[in-house]
Write a protein that binds this ligand. Structure first.
Ligand code: SAM
Length: 472
C-alpha cells in the first residue's frame, strides 16, 4: 500500500502507485484543462506532486514543453539567481565487493587497476585540488568493509579538512559512499560532512535486483531506506539521484519525486540536492548494453521538470556530460556543477598513466577548472565557491526556511562574489581574472540591500589586499 510516511521502501516507493501514476499520466497527457491547471500551480513556485509532474513528462505538446522550460528558467532565476556552485569529486578507493552491472568497480572486474589513496596520497591530491581553486569536494568510494571501512573514510575526511596549502582550504566535504547504518551516518555527521549523497540508481525493485546481482547493494530496501537512516543519524542534507539509462526514465522520474515527498513527509525537509547522471562508457562497461538510454531532449525535459517540481532542491550535473549538454541544462535549473574532474583514484596531482585506468567512467567535459569558470562568466553565470550555509549551520530545514525567506540575494549572491574574488586572486589565469574583475563589478548591482552591497565591496577590497575566508 502506498504511504509516503512509511519507513518501508516498498510503501513509500510503492510500485503500484508508480504504475498508477504512469497510467494516469498517459490518460491525461492531452487533457488541456488539467495541463493548464498543473502549469498554473507550478507558476506559484510551490512545486508539483509526482502525479502532476508525470502528466507534464508524458505530454508531448511543444507549447507545453516551451512553458515548462520558461517556468524552469524563471524558478531557477528566482531561487538561485545566476549562481552556479562549483565542486570536484575525489575518488578515494575503487575496491568494491558489489556486482553492479553498470559500474566498472564491480567485484568481478579483474581488469581494472584497484587503488586506494593513502593519507599521504590524499595530501598530494587535495593540495593539487586546492591549487586549482577548489573549496568543496565530493568524496567517492566503492563498498568494501576490508579496504574502505568507515574508519578509513573518517580518517580521509579529517585529513582533507586539515590540509591548508597557501591560501587553500577545503571547506566542505560531501560524501558519496554506499548505504550504511544509522550509527555510521552519525559518525559522518560528527566528522563534519556537508551533504550525504547516495544515488538510488533505479527505484524499480525487480530491475534493481538484477542490476545489483551480488554484494550488500543487492538489498533494495536497505539501499532505498538509507536516507532515513542518514537523517536519523543527524545528517540534515541528503542528495538523491537516479542513474538514467538503467530503467525506463518515467518510472524513475516518478519514484524520485516520491522519494523527495517521503523525506519531506517524514523529516519535514526534502532532499538538499538531486543529481541526474546518465550511464557512460567505462573500463568494461558499454552504455549500449543498457537499452533505456535517454536522448538530450528527454534529459533536458527531466531537468526542467525536476526544477519546477522541487524548487528548493539544488540540482547537480557532473562532467559525465559534455560542455554542450551542460550549457543546455544550466538555465533549466542546475545549481551545482563539477569542474576539472578526475574520476580515477588519484590523478589530480599526477595524471594517471594510460595503462593504469582506475576510473569510474569516462569524463565528457575535460576542460580545466579555469576554463569552466571563464565559460560560466561568459555565459553570464556567477561561479560560486561558497560554503557559508553549511558552516553557519544553515542546513536541513534551516536552509529551506532561509531559501523561502527570500534572503538569497542578500546572502548567497555576496558570498558567491567574495569567494569568486578569492579564486581570481589566488588561482585564475590572467585572462579569467580580467574577465572576472569586470564581471564582479557588474554583479554587485544585483544585491538588493544597500548596506550589504557596501559591505561586500569592502570585503572585495580586503580580499584583494590579501585577507581571506569572509562570509555572510
Ligand atoms: N559505491 C557507492 C554506492 O554504491 O553508492 C558510491 C557511489 S559511486 C562511487 C558513484 C556513482 O557513480 C554511482 O552511484 C553510480 O550511479 C555512478 N556510476 C557508476 N557507474 C557509472 C557509469 N558507468 N557511468 C556513469 N555513472 C556511473
Amino acid at each position: 500500500m502506498y504511504n509516503p510516511q512509511s519507513l518501508r521502501a516498498e510503501e513509500f516507493i510503492s510500485h503500484a502507485e508508480v504504475m498508477d501514476t504512469l497510467s494516469f499520466a498517459e490518460a491525461h497527457k492531452d487533457d488541456k484543462a488539467l495541463l493548464s491547471e498543473i502549469l498554473a500551480k507550478a507558476a506559484h513556485r510551490k512545486g508539483l506532486s509526482h502525479r502532476e509532474a508525470a502528466v507534464l513528462l508524458r505530454c508531448e505538446d511543444p507549447d507545453v514543453i516551451t512553458q515548462i522550460n520558461r517556468l524552469a528558467k524563471q524558478i531557477k532565476l528566482d531561487f538561485y539567481g545566476n549562481r552556479i556552485v562549483i565542486f570536484a569529486p575525489l575518488y578515494l578507493s575503487n575496491y568494491c565487493v558489489n556486482g553492479c552491472t553498470y559500474c566498472p568497480y564491480h567485484a568481478k572486474n579483474k581488469h581494472i587497476v584497484r587503488k586506494k589513496l593513502t593519507q599521504e596520497d590524499i595530501i598530494r591530491e587535495v593540495t593539487a585540488l586546492q591549487d586549482m581553486g577548489h573549496k568543496r569536494l565530493a568524496i567517492e568510494a566503492g563498498e568494501d568493509p576490508i579496504h574502505n571501512p568507515i574508519s578509513y573514510i573518517l580518517e580521509c575526511i579529517d585529513t582533507i579538512y586539515h590540509i591548508h596549502h597557501k591560501n587553500g582550504a577545503i571547506r566542505r566535504v560531501n560524501v558519496n559512499i554506499a548505504a550504511t547504518t544509522e550509527e555510521e551516518y552519525h559518525m559522518l555527521k560528527e566528522a563534519g560532512i556537508g551533504t550525504y549523497v547516495l544515488f538510488q540508481e533505479t527505484y524499480h525493485k525487480e530491475s534493481y535486483e538484477k542490476l545489483h546481482p551480488t554484494g550488500p547493494k543487492h538489498n533494495y530496501a536497505y539501499h532505498t531506506e538509507a536516507m532515513d537512516r542518514a537523517m536519523a543519524g543527524g545528517i540534515d542534507d541528503v542528495g538523491l539521484g537516479v542513474l538514467f539509462g538503467l530503467e525506463h526514465y518515467d518510472y524513475d522520474f516518478v519514484a524520485l519525486l516520491m522519494h523527495a515527498e517521503h523525506l519531506e513527509a517524514v523529516h519535514g525537509v526534502g532532499p538538499h540536492t538531486i543529481s541526474i547522471p546518465r550511464i557512460k562508457r567505462a573500463d568494461d562497461i558499454d552504455p549500449n548494453d543498457f537499452d533505456n538510454s535517454i536522448d538530450d531532449d528527454i534529459f533536458a525535459k527531466i531537468c526542467a521538470l525536476i526544477r519546477i517540481s522541487v524548487p528548493y532542491t539544488g540540482m547537480i550535473i557532473s562532467t559525465r556530460e559534455s560542455k554542450a549538454v551542460r550549457e543546455r541544462l544550466l538555465p533549466l535549473g542546475i545549481s551545482q556543477i563539477s569542474g576539472g574532474s578526475r574520476t580515477s583514484v588519484g590523478g589530480y596531482d599526477v595524471p594517471e598513466p594510460e595503462d593504469e585506468n582506475s576510473a569510474q567512467f569516462d569524463v565528457s567535459d575535460r576542460r580545466t577548472l579555469d576554463e569552466v569558470i571563464h565559460w560560466l562568466m561568459e555565459l553570464g553565470y556567477l561561479p560560486s565557491f561558497c560554503t557559508a550555509c553549511y558552516r553557519e549551520g544553515r542546513t536541513g530545514d534551516r536552509f529551506m526556511a532561509f531559501c523561502k525567506s527570500g534572503q538569497i540575494l542578500n546572502f548567497c549572491h555576496p558570498n558567491a562574489l567574495i569567494t569568486l574574488q578569492e579564486y581570481l586572486e589566488d588561482y585564475a589565469t590572467p585572462d579569467t581574472k580580467a574577465l572576472g574583475n569586470v564581471f564582479i563589478q557588474k554583479q554587485l548591482a544585483a544585491i538588493p540591500d544597500e548596506a550589504r552591497r557596501t559591505k561586500t565591496q569592502t570585503l572585495l577590497r580586503e580580499i584583494s589586499a590579501g585577507k581571506r575566508d569572509f562570509r555572510f
